[in-house]
Design a protein around this ligand. Structure first.
Ligand code: TA6
Length: 314
Protein backbone atom coordinates (compact mmCIF):
# COMPACT_ATOMS: atom_id res chain seq x y z
CA UNK A 1 0.00 0.00 0.00
CA UNK A 2 1.07 3.62 -0.60
CA UNK A 3 0.01 6.77 1.19
CA UNK A 4 0.40 10.56 1.10
CA UNK A 5 1.01 12.50 4.32
CA UNK A 6 1.35 16.23 4.98
CA UNK A 7 4.15 16.82 7.44
CA UNK A 8 6.37 19.56 8.78
CA UNK A 9 10.12 19.13 8.70
CA UNK A 10 12.46 19.64 11.68
CA UNK A 11 13.38 22.93 9.98
CA UNK A 12 9.70 23.92 10.20
CA UNK A 13 9.35 23.63 6.43
CA UNK A 14 5.97 22.33 5.24
CA UNK A 15 6.34 19.13 3.27
CA UNK A 16 4.42 16.24 1.74
CA UNK A 17 5.61 12.66 2.16
CA UNK A 18 4.70 9.94 -0.34
CA UNK A 19 5.55 6.49 1.00
CA UNK A 20 4.92 2.78 0.78
CA UNK A 21 3.65 1.03 3.88
CA UNK A 22 6.83 -1.07 4.07
CA UNK A 23 8.84 2.21 4.15
CA UNK A 24 11.07 0.86 1.36
CA UNK A 25 9.95 3.65 -0.94
CA UNK A 26 9.34 7.30 -0.12
CA UNK A 27 9.50 10.77 -1.58
CA UNK A 28 9.74 13.95 0.47
CA UNK A 29 8.61 17.18 -1.19
CA UNK A 30 9.11 20.60 0.43
CA UNK A 31 6.31 23.02 -0.43
CA UNK A 32 9.06 25.64 -0.79
CA UNK A 33 9.73 25.44 -4.51
CA UNK A 34 7.78 22.14 -4.68
CA UNK A 35 11.29 20.74 -4.28
CA UNK A 36 11.70 16.98 -4.00
CA UNK A 37 14.49 16.68 -1.43
CA UNK A 38 14.54 12.88 -1.11
CA UNK A 39 13.51 9.84 -3.13
CA UNK A 40 14.11 6.47 -1.52
CA UNK A 41 13.60 3.44 -3.75
CA UNK A 42 14.14 -0.08 -2.52
CA UNK A 43 15.45 1.32 0.75
CA UNK A 44 18.17 3.42 -0.97
CA UNK A 45 18.35 7.22 -1.33
CA UNK A 46 18.47 8.00 -5.07
CA UNK A 47 18.84 11.78 -5.06
CA UNK A 48 21.87 13.87 -4.08
CA UNK A 49 21.25 16.49 -1.42
CA UNK A 50 24.17 18.71 -0.51
CA UNK A 51 25.12 18.58 3.18
CA UNK A 52 25.15 22.39 2.96
CA UNK A 53 21.77 22.70 1.24
CA UNK A 54 19.53 25.43 2.65
CA UNK A 55 16.39 23.55 3.81
CA UNK A 56 14.82 26.50 5.66
CA UNK A 57 13.22 28.20 2.67
CA UNK A 58 15.92 30.86 2.51
CA UNK A 59 17.15 29.88 -0.97
CA UNK A 60 16.77 27.23 -3.66
CA UNK A 61 17.74 23.75 -2.50
CA UNK A 62 21.13 22.43 -3.67
CA UNK A 63 20.07 18.95 -4.65
CA UNK A 64 16.93 16.88 -5.09
CA UNK A 65 14.79 18.15 -7.99
CA UNK A 66 14.55 21.95 -8.00
CA UNK A 67 12.17 23.37 -10.62
CA UNK A 68 13.31 25.88 -13.25
CA UNK A 69 10.62 28.27 -14.57
CA UNK A 70 10.06 30.65 -16.38
CA UNK A 71 13.72 31.15 -17.31
CA UNK A 72 16.85 28.96 -17.46
CA UNK A 73 19.94 30.75 -16.22
CA UNK A 74 19.37 34.50 -15.90
CA UNK A 75 18.76 36.07 -19.30
CA UNK A 76 16.30 38.40 -17.55
CA UNK A 77 18.18 39.86 -14.60
CA UNK A 78 14.95 41.15 -13.05
CA UNK A 79 14.18 37.52 -12.18
CA UNK A 80 16.32 35.18 -10.06
CA UNK A 81 18.69 32.67 -11.70
CA UNK A 82 16.50 29.83 -13.07
CA UNK A 83 13.34 31.85 -12.47
CA UNK A 84 11.12 32.02 -9.39
CA UNK A 85 9.27 28.66 -9.25
CA UNK A 86 11.91 27.06 -7.02
CA UNK A 87 11.84 29.95 -4.55
CA UNK A 88 8.11 30.23 -3.91
CA UNK A 89 5.68 28.44 -1.62
CA UNK A 90 3.44 26.00 -3.49
CA UNK A 91 0.17 24.47 -2.26
CA UNK A 92 -0.98 20.86 -2.42
CA UNK A 93 -4.32 20.50 -4.16
CA UNK A 94 -4.92 16.81 -4.75
CA UNK A 95 -3.52 13.39 -3.91
CA UNK A 96 -4.34 9.87 -5.01
CA UNK A 97 -3.26 6.45 -3.77
CA UNK A 98 -3.55 2.95 -5.18
CA UNK A 99 -2.07 -0.39 -4.16
CA UNK A 100 0.93 0.23 -6.42
CA UNK A 101 1.60 3.96 -6.29
CA UNK A 102 0.59 7.32 -4.89
CA UNK A 103 0.76 10.82 -6.28
CA UNK A 104 0.32 14.41 -5.18
CA UNK A 105 -0.53 17.55 -7.16
CA UNK A 106 1.00 20.86 -6.15
CA UNK A 107 0.05 24.24 -7.59
CA UNK A 108 1.59 27.68 -8.02
CA UNK A 109 -0.18 30.63 -9.56
CA UNK A 110 0.95 34.14 -10.46
CA UNK A 111 0.82 36.80 -7.78
CA UNK A 112 1.77 40.46 -7.56
CA UNK A 113 5.43 39.61 -7.06
CA UNK A 114 5.70 37.30 -10.05
CA UNK A 115 3.66 39.68 -12.21
CA UNK A 116 6.12 42.44 -11.32
CA UNK A 117 8.99 40.51 -12.91
CA UNK A 118 7.11 38.33 -15.43
CA UNK A 119 3.82 39.92 -16.61
CA UNK A 120 1.94 36.71 -17.41
CA UNK A 121 -0.89 34.86 -15.69
CA UNK A 122 -0.03 31.20 -15.25
CA UNK A 123 -1.01 28.10 -13.32
CA UNK A 124 1.72 25.55 -12.62
CA UNK A 125 0.51 22.10 -11.65
CA UNK A 126 3.29 19.74 -10.55
CA UNK A 127 2.44 16.08 -10.28
CA UNK A 128 4.80 13.77 -8.35
CA UNK A 129 4.10 10.04 -8.50
CA UNK A 130 5.91 7.37 -6.47
CA UNK A 131 5.81 3.67 -7.29
CA UNK A 132 7.97 0.79 -6.09
CA UNK A 133 10.86 1.36 -8.50
CA UNK A 134 10.21 4.72 -10.16
CA UNK A 135 9.57 8.39 -9.59
CA UNK A 136 7.53 10.34 -12.13
CA UNK A 137 7.37 14.12 -12.12
CA UNK A 138 5.31 16.20 -14.53
CA UNK A 139 5.29 19.99 -14.65
CA UNK A 140 2.18 21.36 -16.35
CA UNK A 141 2.40 25.00 -17.41
CA UNK A 142 -1.12 26.29 -18.00
CA UNK A 143 -1.83 29.55 -19.78
CA UNK A 144 -5.32 30.57 -18.61
CA UNK A 145 -5.22 33.92 -20.38
CA UNK A 146 -6.19 35.03 -23.87
CA UNK A 147 -2.62 35.88 -24.91
CA UNK A 148 0.27 33.50 -25.43
CA UNK A 149 3.53 33.62 -23.50
CA UNK A 150 6.99 32.12 -23.95
CA UNK A 151 8.96 30.47 -21.19
CA UNK A 152 11.71 28.00 -20.38
CA UNK A 153 11.24 25.10 -17.97
CA UNK A 154 13.44 22.32 -16.60
CA UNK A 155 13.44 19.56 -13.98
CA UNK A 156 16.86 20.06 -12.37
CA UNK A 157 17.42 16.52 -11.08
CA UNK A 158 20.50 15.66 -9.00
CA UNK A 159 20.98 11.87 -9.27
CA UNK A 160 22.97 10.40 -6.37
CA UNK A 161 25.95 8.20 -7.35
CA UNK A 162 28.70 6.45 -5.42
CA UNK A 163 31.53 8.22 -7.27
CA UNK A 164 31.67 10.30 -10.47
CA UNK A 165 34.61 8.25 -11.77
CA UNK A 166 32.53 5.09 -11.63
CA UNK A 167 29.66 6.06 -13.93
CA UNK A 168 28.98 6.58 -17.61
CA UNK A 169 26.16 8.64 -19.16
CA UNK A 170 24.53 6.93 -22.14
CA UNK A 171 21.89 7.76 -24.75
CA UNK A 172 23.21 11.06 -26.12
CA UNK A 173 24.99 9.69 -29.19
CA UNK A 174 24.06 11.65 -32.31
CA UNK A 175 22.44 14.48 -30.37
CA UNK A 176 23.43 18.04 -31.09
CA UNK A 177 24.51 19.80 -27.91
CA UNK A 178 25.28 23.34 -26.77
CA UNK A 179 28.51 23.29 -24.75
CA UNK A 180 28.29 25.97 -22.06
CA UNK A 181 31.92 25.22 -21.16
CA UNK A 182 33.01 26.17 -24.69
CA UNK A 183 31.29 29.49 -25.42
CA UNK A 184 27.97 27.78 -26.16
CA UNK A 185 29.37 26.18 -29.30
CA UNK A 186 27.14 23.58 -30.93
CA UNK A 187 28.55 20.11 -31.58
CA UNK A 188 27.24 16.62 -32.23
CA UNK A 189 27.79 13.95 -29.60
CA UNK A 190 29.82 11.09 -30.99
CA UNK A 191 30.28 9.14 -27.76
CA UNK A 192 27.87 6.37 -26.92
CA UNK A 193 29.14 6.41 -23.37
CA UNK A 194 30.16 9.72 -21.76
CA UNK A 195 32.67 9.75 -18.91
CA UNK A 196 32.66 12.88 -16.71
CA UNK A 197 36.24 13.93 -15.99
CA UNK A 198 35.86 17.74 -15.97
CA UNK A 199 33.12 20.35 -15.48
CA UNK A 200 30.34 19.36 -17.86
CA UNK A 201 27.49 21.75 -18.66
CA UNK A 202 25.77 20.72 -21.92
CA UNK A 203 22.29 21.18 -23.34
CA UNK A 204 21.51 18.13 -25.48
CA UNK A 205 18.77 18.96 -27.99
CA UNK A 206 16.47 16.23 -29.24
CA UNK A 207 16.03 16.05 -33.00
CA UNK A 208 12.48 14.78 -32.88
CA UNK A 209 9.44 14.90 -30.66
CA UNK A 210 10.22 11.38 -29.48
CA UNK A 211 10.98 10.97 -25.81
CA UNK A 212 14.64 11.03 -24.80
CA UNK A 213 15.95 8.05 -22.82
CA UNK A 214 19.18 8.48 -20.83
CA UNK A 215 20.95 5.75 -18.87
CA UNK A 216 23.42 6.21 -16.04
CA UNK A 217 25.47 3.02 -15.70
CA UNK A 218 28.23 1.98 -13.34
CA UNK A 219 31.72 1.03 -14.52
CA UNK A 220 30.62 -2.59 -15.06
CA UNK A 221 27.80 -1.43 -17.37
CA UNK A 222 25.09 -2.12 -14.79
CA UNK A 223 22.19 0.32 -15.10
CA UNK A 224 21.86 2.66 -12.11
CA UNK A 225 19.21 5.02 -13.53
CA UNK A 226 16.96 5.19 -16.58
CA UNK A 227 15.51 8.65 -17.27
CA UNK A 228 12.74 9.00 -19.85
CA UNK A 229 11.63 12.52 -20.67
CA UNK A 230 9.15 14.12 -23.05
CA UNK A 231 7.02 17.22 -23.50
CA UNK A 232 3.67 17.95 -25.10
CA UNK A 233 1.42 20.90 -25.84
CA UNK A 234 -2.39 20.79 -25.85
CA UNK A 235 -5.37 23.09 -25.75
CA UNK A 236 -7.47 23.09 -22.61
CA UNK A 237 -11.22 23.31 -22.88
CA UNK A 238 -12.21 24.81 -19.59
CA UNK A 239 -10.20 26.25 -16.80
CA UNK A 240 -11.74 27.20 -13.52
CA UNK A 241 -9.43 27.18 -10.66
CA UNK A 242 -8.94 28.62 -7.26
CA UNK A 243 -6.15 28.31 -4.78
CA UNK A 244 -7.43 24.89 -3.82
CA UNK A 245 -8.53 23.05 -6.92
CA UNK A 246 -7.56 23.36 -10.57
CA UNK A 247 -10.15 21.99 -12.95
CA UNK A 248 -9.43 21.83 -16.62
CA UNK A 249 -9.76 19.26 -19.32
CA UNK A 250 -7.37 18.69 -22.14
CA UNK A 251 -8.56 18.75 -25.73
CA UNK A 252 -7.25 15.30 -26.65
CA UNK A 253 -7.30 16.08 -30.38
CA UNK A 254 -4.98 19.04 -29.90
CA UNK A 255 -2.14 17.12 -28.21
CA UNK A 256 1.22 17.51 -29.95
CA UNK A 257 4.58 16.19 -28.76
CA UNK A 258 7.38 18.76 -28.85
CA UNK A 259 11.16 18.51 -28.88
CA UNK A 260 12.76 18.45 -25.47
CA UNK A 261 16.30 18.99 -24.22
CA UNK A 262 18.32 17.26 -21.54
CA UNK A 263 21.01 19.16 -19.64
CA UNK A 264 23.99 17.14 -18.38
CA UNK A 265 25.81 18.94 -15.58
CA UNK A 266 28.52 18.29 -13.06
CA UNK A 267 30.26 21.20 -11.31
CA UNK A 268 33.62 19.37 -11.00
CA UNK A 269 36.36 20.65 -8.73
CA UNK A 270 36.59 24.43 -9.15
CA UNK A 271 32.85 25.15 -9.50
CA UNK A 272 32.10 22.89 -6.50
CA UNK A 273 34.56 24.92 -4.41
CA UNK A 274 32.84 28.11 -5.61
CA UNK A 275 29.38 26.90 -4.57
CA UNK A 276 28.77 28.01 -0.96
CA UNK A 277 26.07 25.36 -0.52
CA UNK A 278 28.13 22.40 -1.75
CA UNK A 279 31.07 20.62 -0.08
CA UNK A 280 34.31 20.88 -2.05
CA UNK A 281 34.04 17.16 -2.86
CA UNK A 282 30.28 17.30 -3.53
CA UNK A 283 30.82 16.95 -7.28
CA UNK A 284 31.96 13.36 -6.74
CA UNK A 285 28.52 12.21 -5.61
CA UNK A 286 26.02 13.46 -8.18
CA UNK A 287 25.30 13.83 -11.84
CA UNK A 288 22.54 16.17 -13.01
CA UNK A 289 20.30 14.82 -15.80
CA UNK A 290 17.81 17.62 -16.38
CA UNK A 291 14.90 17.26 -18.81
CA UNK A 292 13.78 20.65 -20.02
CA UNK A 293 12.77 23.11 -22.69
CA UNK A 294 15.77 25.42 -22.58
CA UNK A 295 17.63 25.47 -25.93
CA UNK A 296 14.89 27.87 -26.96
CA UNK A 297 11.81 29.30 -25.33
CA UNK A 298 8.55 27.36 -25.58
CA UNK A 299 5.41 29.26 -26.57
CA UNK A 300 2.27 28.42 -24.61
CA UNK A 301 -0.75 29.70 -26.53
CA UNK A 302 -3.86 31.07 -24.86
CA UNK A 303 -5.87 28.43 -23.01
CA UNK A 304 -3.18 25.82 -23.53
CA UNK A 305 -1.02 23.60 -21.36
CA UNK A 306 2.62 22.59 -21.81
CA UNK A 307 3.53 19.42 -19.94
CA UNK A 308 7.17 18.44 -19.28
CA UNK A 309 7.65 15.03 -17.67
CA UNK A 310 10.30 12.58 -16.58
CA UNK A 311 10.13 8.99 -15.39
CA UNK A 312 13.20 7.95 -13.40
CA UNK A 313 13.66 4.23 -12.77
CA UNK A 314 16.19 2.92 -10.31
O1 TA6 B 1 21.67 23.10 -15.18
C1 TA6 B 1 23.01 23.45 -15.19
C2 TA6 B 1 23.16 24.86 -14.65
O2 TA6 B 1 22.54 25.80 -15.49
C3 TA6 B 1 24.64 25.14 -14.45
O3 TA6 B 1 25.10 26.14 -15.34
C4 TA6 B 1 24.74 25.57 -12.99
O4 TA6 B 1 24.57 26.96 -12.87
C5 TA6 B 1 23.56 24.79 -12.39
O5 TA6 B 1 22.53 24.96 -13.35
C6 TA6 B 1 23.17 25.19 -10.99
O6 TA6 B 1 22.51 26.43 -11.01
P1 TA6 B 1 22.10 27.05 -9.55
O7 TA6 B 1 21.42 28.34 -9.86
O8 TA6 B 1 21.18 26.06 -8.89
O9 TA6 B 1 23.40 27.18 -8.79
Amino acid sequence: MFEVKQQNQPSGQKAVLLCSSDQANSCNIHLYGATIVSWISGGEEKLFLSEKAHLDGSKAVRGGVPLVFPQFGQPDTSMPQHGFARNRMWATVNSRTTDNCCEVELVLREDEETLSVWPNKFILVYIVKLSSNSLTTELRIINPSSISFSCQALLHTYLRIQHIENITCNGFSGFEFIDKMNNNTKSTETNNSIVIDREVDRVYCSKSEEEIVVYINDSTGKQLFKVQSKAKLSKVKAINGSESVINYCEDEESVQLINTDVVLWNAWIEKAKALADMNDDGYLYYVCVEPGLVSSSATVAANSVLALSQIIES
